[in-house]
Design a protein around this ligand. Structure first.
Ligand code: ZN
Ligand code: ZN
Length: 229
């Protein structure tokens, strides 16, 4: 039996139908609720993008996967074409199979990441001092730096007598990060000056990595905050 689409007037003799409407009109109606854009914060200097509380370089595949998420949530099959800024999908319901494209723009807004924002100054809130067995110091340094770079910025990594000093931009994540790495540390605070009427403290985290004889590091955590310049 012939049906007429109430929206465009086409006959079921020339176009497939999905329920009451022809397939193209059904597709048009559904896509009104689909997303068209996504905002990403990007650092204009290093081009890293802020995602899941980290600044990182996103490759094309990661971006495509990111865009695909909301579409897949809607049960749609397809992929994101970055060059063309469009979602390319197949509308497939009983009655009609239509290849379609749907515009989707990634809106990059410029935000200076903390790393680039402070390069050039010697600003750092913490120093991680690694001392002891050179091989262990080297291993620990690499792991700590890798973790730090995902969260904050490094001002400097300097070899020191008996080890290495890592100057860290922001200190708030440092204690957790060191615990995560299984390090025991001695923390001291040094008064650097004042900022908005509050004392500005620089924290030093001293970690001793002795040559492994028995497995455990010396367990010692102390805090003191009265050491002046
Ligand atoms: Zn129609
Ligand atoms: Zn940057």
């Amino acid at each position: 039996m012939e049906r007429i689409c109430p929206h465009c007037g086409k006959s079921s003799n020339i176009t497939p139908f999905v329920g009451e409407w022809c397939a193209p009109c059904t597709l048009e109606r559904q896509r009104k609720g689909w997303p068209n854009e996504m905002e990403l914060k990007q650092c204009p200097t290093c081009k890293r993008v802020y995602r899941e509380r980290e600044w990182k370089h996103l490759d094309a595949k990661t971006i495509s996967d990111l865009v695909a998420r909301p579409f897949e949530k809607l049960g749609l099959i397809g992929h994101y074409n970055i060059e063309a800024s469009q979602w390319e999908g197949i509308f497939d319901e009983k009655g009609g199979k239509i290849a379609y494209t749907h515009p989707f723009v990634i809106d990059y807004t410029e935000h200076m990441c903390p790393n680039c924002g402070r390069i050039g100054s010697s600003y750092h809130e913490a120093i991680i001092q690694l001392r002891g067995d050179p091989a262990r110091v080297e291993r620990a340094k690499k792991r700590i730096i890798r973790r730090l770079e995902r969260r904050t910025f490094l001002q400097d990594v300097a070899p020191m007598h008996g080890g290495v000093d890592i100057q860290v931009g922001e200190k708030k994540d440092v204690p957790d990060l060191l615990r995560l790495e299984g390090h025991k540390f001695v923390r001291t605070e040094k008064l650097m000056g004042e900022k908005n009427g509050k004392p500005l403290l620089r924290s030093t985290f001293l970690i001793r990595l002795e040559k492994i004889e028995d497995k455990k590091d010396a367990a010692e955590i102390t805090e003191s905050s009265d050491e002046k310049e």
